[in-house]
Design a protein around this ligand. Structure first.
Ligand code: SAM
Length: 227
């Protein structure tokens, strides 16, 4: 946590506004695969990890999809090739620019630069919402609000997949410029249980194989009543 009134990159940051700190962090990362992982192993892990995650997803042919916190768009080509329509959202404009440039061949994608908490979508309009490492940058209260919104944006039979870096006990980064929450699996189990029917949860095997890390976890769920 930042001390009250700490300056980051010469700017005053209110510790209550984590989104500002998160923005300051990501806007100084280069628009690359390694930046998405915050790890120099990112390039070598990317293909295998993406293949694994895509393997957990439902049939998305013709679906309306939202990728929230999409970064440089590691999943854009796959989603756009399947979707009827894809919206990608990220707060860092240079990531959005790269995503747009790398996927200019697709006409069924809207690339938005926005704080996820400022996003508004039509109710009952989406088939599938995807978040790969976003909740960990939000406060608990923001997650509650966003989960409620996602449920409203999804069609009654819509589905949500999210993946987060977790921890056995709740922790935050030691780096004062990097605002991130590593939460327990049980926290995410609870927020899912409150609103959705869980279809599957598990860890990302690519991270177990590469780093012996079973705490890269995913949840795949469905609006209830249609299971
Ligand atoms: C670890 S990267 C993951 C990017 C992408 N999902 C992927 O798997 O490659 C986290 C991303 O979340 C974005 N982000 C963090 N907080 C956000 C917020 N409140 N609204 C929108 N984007 C946010 C960052 O800009 C960054 O691109």
């Amino acid at each position: 946590m930042l001390d009250a009134g700490k300056a980051v990159n010469g700017l005053f940051v209110n510790p209550m506004r984590s989104v500002k700190q998160t923005f300051l962090f990501w806007e100084t990362r280069e628009a690359s695969v390694n930046s998405m992982y915050l790890n120099s192993m990112g390039e070598s892990l990317d293909e295998e990890e993406r293949r694994e995650i895509i393997g957990y997803l439902p049939d998305l042919k013709g679906k309306k999809i939202l990728d929230l916190g999409s970064g440089i768009g590691r999943f854009t080509r796959f989603f756009a090739s399947q979707a009827g329509y894809l919206t990608t959202v990220d707060m860092a404009s240079h990531f959005v620019d790269k995503n747009r440039k790398d996927h200019a061949d697709f006409k069924n994608v809207t690339f938005l630069c926005s704080d996820a908490m400022e996003l508004s979508m039509e109710e009952d309009s989406l088939d599938f919402v995807f978040l790969n490492w976003l909740f960990m940058y939000l406060e608990d209260s923001e997650i509650e609000v966003l989960m409620d919104r996602i449920q409203r944006w999804l069609k009654p039979e819509g589905e949500l997949f999210f993946r987060e870096s977790c921890s056995a006990t709740r922790q935050m980064s030691n780096d004062p410029t990097y605002y991130v929450h590593y939460r327990e699996l049980s926290y995410y189990d609870e927020i899912v249980k409150k609103r959705f029917a869980l279809l599957k949860e598990g860890h990302i095997q690519a991270h177990v194989d590469a780093f012996a890390n079973p705490l890269q976890c995913f949840w795949y769920c469905k609006n209830p009543g249609f299971v």
